[in-house]
Design a protein around this ligand. Sequence first.
Ligand SMILES: *Cc1c(COP(=O)(O)O)cnc(C)c1O
Length: 428
Amino acid sequence: MSKEYSIETKCIQSGWKPKNGEPRVLPIYQSTTFKYDSSDQMGRLFDLEEEGYFYSRLSNPTNDYVAAKICDLEGGIGAMLTSSGQAANYFAVFNICEAGSHVIMSSSVYGGTFNLLTVTMEKMGIECSIIDPDAPVEELNALFRENTRCVMAETIANPALVVLDIEKFATAAHGHGVPLIVDNTFATPINCRPFEFGADIVTHSTTKYMEGHASTIGGVIVDSGNFDWMAHADKFPGLCTPDESYHGIVYAERFGKLGYIQKATAQLMRDLGSIQSPQNAFLLNLGLESLHLRVPRHCENAQKVAEYLEQNEKIAWVNYPGLKSNKYYALAQKYMPNGTCGVISFGLKAGRAATSDFMDKLQLAAIVTHVADARTCVLHPASHTHRQMSDEQLVEAGVAPDLIRFSVGIENVNDIIADLEQALATVK
Ligand SMILES: *Cc1c(COP(=O)(O)O)cnc(C)c1O
């Protein structure tokens, strides 16, 4: 809808648009199934000849209204909610890959995505090459093979906070006839819309800023509609040749630009499940209604916290792409001039040994696994998510042993800084 509305208005108004007498607020269609008057019509739905709902493992109206809102925010043409961000990234890649395919992925992606592609999907026969996102374009180009099917990266990497040169990656992918998939979880469409820079598919863990309150796990895949599958039909047989499990439908022919999302729904959701529950989609929608207010506040608070930490004598280093001193400041200014995200990482001069004690002293910032929600939270990857690794392995994985991941919430920033100050005062 409404390309003419600004993004703030879309956060509120896109998606569910009630007709006369219908509920003002998006209803939760808490139903596994949908009733039809004629057996024939049900048959046509199964053949995808008619649009409609029949079973909530594949699709559900509540989900689709919320997906439509996110689609509008990203500027795409089709979207699908998934049960988690992991499911979103899995489906986004697997929808165009099969055993024998090859994928190129940024080395700084979220650990869950790294495991998914390099361990689990490798077992399925899909190979993955890793590229340093800052590598010269020649190095990136050299990784493409005849069986490469997509390139995958994150707008702002979690937790490395590497800002992606989206245009560099999109140009390389398109030069080799494959799409660029970008996980836009940390930037959100409020700060960056990767389609505007050439990305073809966007994914999110809606668990983070989109839902925003740490109440529900979820994911989404959005298609820009810009990638011409039929022009590279030899690479994408799943989209461009008949699907025998669907009476010989050719998704890219029958549904044109919507073929990618239609296939993900009709085939992957049907066979693999992993749909978001309509209850969770309802909560996600409530979160989206304030996304345009929360994200700028997260960024404003994070900027002040990063500046405070940068001048503090007990801090060894601070990584935040909003700092002028940051390696990614220029890229961030280009791709997300209004702000990056609320997540900061830093290390203490006292080193790894002092980190746990420091974190235990924090009162407002809670120690949790989560990031990117309304409440300020903190994690030490070397002691938590990556605790099985040695210091050497941590460095190889791009996670400094002393790295503290600090997710700045939307509380009053003076309280967040005061909390850091009192905890830092205890560090020798
Ligand atoms: C959290 C996260 C994921 C995984 O999402 P879940 O909703 O936890 O499954 C994927 N990508 C990024 C960038 C994330 O931060």
